[in-house]
Design a protein around this ligand. Sequence first.
Ligand code: HGY
Ligand code: MN
Ligand code: MN
Length: 416
Amino acid sequence: MEIKKVTERIQNDLEELARFTATPGNGCTRLPFTKEARGAVEYIKKVMTEAGLLVKEDAAGNVFGILEGEDTKRPCVMMGSHYDSVINGGNFDGIAGVACAIEVARQLQERNVPMKRSFVAAGFCDEEGTRFGTGFFGSGAILGKWDIESCRKFKDTAGVSVYEAMQEYGLNPERIKEAEWKPGSIGCFIEAHVEQGPVLAAKGTELGLVDCIVGIQRYMVTVKGRADHAGTTPMDMRADAMEMASGAIFGLPAWAREYEDGTVATVGYISAKPGGINIVAEEVQFSVDIRSRNSRHIDEIAQKLKEALEHAAENCGGSYEMEQKLKIRPLHLSEELLAVMERACKDRGYSYQRMPSGAGHDTLKIGQTIPSVMVFVPSKDGRSHCPVEWSEYVDLAKAAVLGADLIETLIREEEA
Ligand code: HGY
Ligand code: MN
Ligand code: MN
């Protein structure tokens, strides 16, 4: 296997997949259950078929390419990532890990690895949660974490539920439970992903072996006041939803900085109704994303948010709702798999370092119950979730080679 050929195959796939965006010329926008998602999935299925894999699309919109092992009853080795993106995101976040997983399937066959158990390349739906706020939909679905009720409950900012979006996409949400894999049927999970941060690029390290991933809590907050004339309504007679929201929004970054341990809090989305320049805001909606390697810090920030909203609502005569969209614990990854990855890096002469992940990833969901490991490749200038996101294809090729080494070792050692 020469790295040049691997690099070219990954580059070709990613350049093709970059075409499936709703914002051509302004980054990748590939939200779940859209025509862009459909286009990417059809291309992924084509490439998986060409790679000699058995292709399946499940009830949640996930796509799998299966290299069947001799004994299909034994737990498989799964490798993959998500094919959806954020709004105006980059062409590597998630989808590069899907391309790497397909490349690993090619390499396992080229190396004539005796496949005693199956290898599954996975493309997950809606890891980001950009549309519905939740996230980890596809990876959660294979673990049985989604049901019809939760598909109806969560809605996007246009009021379309996951349920309705699935129907429009051609899926039947009544069958969501069929996406669940039998417990024990996935032996371990590997994800290759761009770092989305500055560490590897700054140090010139080729690969990152992720040893822990932050916990995350996400909320959509709706503050309700009263619409009034912006000129004639005295300041002490208003129920201004923007004034009520601004206290909490202003507090979040400061509350996160107090911990000085990488804890972060972000308001990425805000909307005001009716939204007129001369109307006191009647309703303000804003998103909250809180992360830390320490769950207690996340809980404390969420509590401060609630208290700030309580206080503002009392003072201004308004009300608020704090809808929890996601709550997931921090994760320590498999030491056993990390040790095999470290050995493989040393054997290949790849520079590497262990590191935490501030981004969630499907591994954060799957790794809660299945031994998992992640390999990062450097992100140019540490940028991600924006059109300038860039990683070198040769670095992705190294991650794919490492993934194939890990799986080959697991399979050969088992048989030893
Ligand atoms: O937001 C994240 O952590 C990831 O990009 N889904
Ligand atoms: Mn991602
Ligand atoms: Mn992302």
